[in-house]
Design a protein. Structure first.
Length: 98
């Protein structure tokens, strides 16, 4: 199992098509640098210990088709920028604190 926060260096891989840390012990928040992954189509963050708000920068992931971040402790409101994700076909944010 992976533990700790998501290292921001991972977001330098701007050609990354998918990123998954499903069922680990990832802590902290989703870094705002996630918006740098312009080619990302799948983001899997489910079943971790992520907390805080969804960053507005998620709206910059215009190629994203699936965002799965259920079973964390994310809170706040869903950013309006998520409406820019016109390719999104699967969104699961259940079992958080929204």
């Amino acid at each position: 199992h992976l533990k700790g926060s998501i290292p921001t260096e991972i977001f330098l891989a701007q050609d990354l098509g998918s990123f998954s840390v499903v069922v680990n012990q990832i802590t902290g928040s989703i870094p705002t640098e996630v918006g740098m992954l312009s080619q990302l189509t799948w983001l899997g963050l489910l079943s971790n210990e992520l907390r805080g708000f969804l960053p507005t920068e998620l709206g910059e992931l215009t190629q994203l088709t699936q965002l799965v971040a259920d079973y964390n402790t994310l809170s706040g409101s869903i950013p309006t920028e998520m409406g820019l994700l016109t390719e999104l076909t699967w969104l699961d944010l259940s079992n958080n604190k929204f």
